[in-house]
Design a protein around this ligand. Structure first.
Ligand code: UD1
Length: 432
């Protein structure tokens, strides 16, 4: 298991480029399965989840390649297989997003049921219920879901919860349905608005994304599209916390300031200075010890669950006690145990964490349990005294493009290590 080794204590300064949004790119790759036309996704980040999605769409028969300028080119003229391979769905839950597009275009799809994951059980019943309402016949057997339909039929769908994935899966399926579909209590994340833009470039007729109802007028066919996705607001948020936690001074670009408003508001509460220094540029400066916070995760525009672990790291060194209430996932607190190994004082009771800030964290060998937990541990390592090794860095590679290069360019003392590299003084870096 590869790790990232960090010698903490240096304030980060300088500029950091923000990559395109992983959670927009993955859905656009799924959407591209609905056309035989050529789809170009510009500035697609070189991260593991994009590679996994590329592997998935290739396994279905589509072509994917990357141009020298970083754009991803997808052509799904020929689709030879309508079943998502189990190992890829296990590796990345977003794989279930091929269900709506394949069902809508080919009338059949078979996808393994995604199991639980490190942050809790993540069922897809909202996706399935919506597809059923559009006329799909769905059977679940031996861990697989199979959906069949003639042409899907537009209908009114009310989601019990504003699920991001369900909104997107149903939105894509509805593009090729007969008639109009309305998705109420839809998720409002910016990536859904960006997906709407991409679908409309393909010739779809979608409106309302970003509000709580999305309206999709079905069309007979879709064509190729060329699109540059929005900047990744979670990657941006992570570097914003990196600036605050190291008392640094970091400029981030490109960022859509509105997309990170909840993060900006909380950082300002801690005393950090966040300024819009350009229409797509933010500057974040950390000052002294952060003030403690109350953070409650919610669907957008509430505070994002994908920033919760990073804020827990920041709260670990706050001047006072903070409370984090995680309402989106049932067990997204595993990073608390690892932060404790670095000297943090955190009590977790179910979906609530109480964090009593300590003056200093100390470097330790810790393990990432998932993507954002890994980011949080790296942030803690940047602030800690001494050396930290974050193992399980493959989780971080799912969503952060060249993270150690970006951090090093900001002045961090950080590098990647193979599993059994001994630490200075001969102490093994790997716990087990
Ligand atoms: C997306 C993001 C993920 C983010 C999450 C919430 C991608 C690839 N991933 O995940 O990074 O953390 O939004 O912002 O875009 N749920 C059900 N039944 C369903 C669907 C969801 O109970 O049918 C529950 C889930 O278990 C979870 C909650 O709803 O507890 C939120 O899930 P959802 O909004 O669907 O997140 P994802 O689309 O999986």
């Amino acid at each position: 298991m590869a790790g990232i080794r960090i010698r903490g204590g240096r304030p980060l300064t300088g500029s950091v480029p923000v990559s395109s949004a992983k959670n927009a790119v993955l859905k656009m790759m799924a959407a591209a399965l609905m056309t035989s036309g050529r789809c170009v996704i510009r500035r697609a980040p070189a991260i593991r989840d994009v590679e996994t999605m590329a592997e998935l769409v290739r396994s279905l028969g589509a072509n994917v390649s990357r141009n020298a300028d970083g754009s991803l080119v997808m052509e799904a003229g020929i689709v030879t297989c309508l079943e998502a391979p189990e190992h890829l769905v296990r590796r990345m839950r977003a794989s279930v997003l091929v269900m709506g597009p394949l069902l809508a275009r080919f009338g059949r799809v078979r996808v393994p049921l995604p199991g639980g994951c490190a942050i809790g059980p993540r069922p897809i019943e909202l996706h399935l219920r919506g597809l059923r309402q559009m006329g799909a016949r769905i059977t679940e057997e031996r861990g697989f879901v199979e959906a069949r339909a003639g042409r899907l039929l537009g209908t009114e769908i009310h989601l019990d919860y504003p699920s991001v994935g369900a909104t997107e899966n149903l939105m894509m399926a509805a593009c090729l349905a007969k008639g109009t579909t309305v998705i109420r209590n839809a998720a409002r994340e910016p990536e859904i608005v960006d997906l709407q833009l991409f679908l409309n470039k393909m010739g779809a007729r979608v409106r309302g994304a970003g509000g709580d109802a999305v309206y999709i007028e079905g069309v007979d066919g879709l064509s190729g599209a060329d699109h540059e996705p929005i900047p990744d607001r979670i990657e941006a948020g992570t570097y914003m916390v990196a600036a605050a936690i190291t008392r640094g001074d970091v400029v981030l670009r490109p960022v859509i300031p509105r997309h990170v408003e909840a993060v900006t508001a909380k950082l300002r509460e801690t005393g950090a200075i966040v300024e819009e220094v350009g229409p797509d540029t933010l500057r974040v400066r950390g000052v002294d010890r952060p003030r403690p916070l109350y953070v409650r995760t919610q669907p957008y525009p509430g505070f994002p669950t994908d920033m919760q672990p990073q804020f827990m790291a920041l709260m670990a060194i706050a001047a006072g006690a903070s409370i984090i209430s995680e309402t989106v996932y049932t067990s997204r607190m595993k990073h608390a145990d690892e932060l404790r190994r670095m000297g943090a004082d955190i009590v977790v009771d179910g979906q609530v964490a109480i964090i009593r800030g300590v003056r200093r964290l100390t470097g330790a060998c810790v393990e990432a349990s998932d993507l954002r937990a890994g980011a949080a541990l790296i942030l803690a390592g940047l602030a800690a005294d001494g050396e930290t090794v974050v193992e399980g860095i493959h989780h971080v590679d799912r969503g952060y493009e060249t993270i150690e290069d970006k951090l090093r360019a900001l002045g961090a003392d950080v590098w990647r290590v193979a599993e059994d590299v001994p630490a200075a003084g001969g102490v093994p870096l790997v716990r087990r």
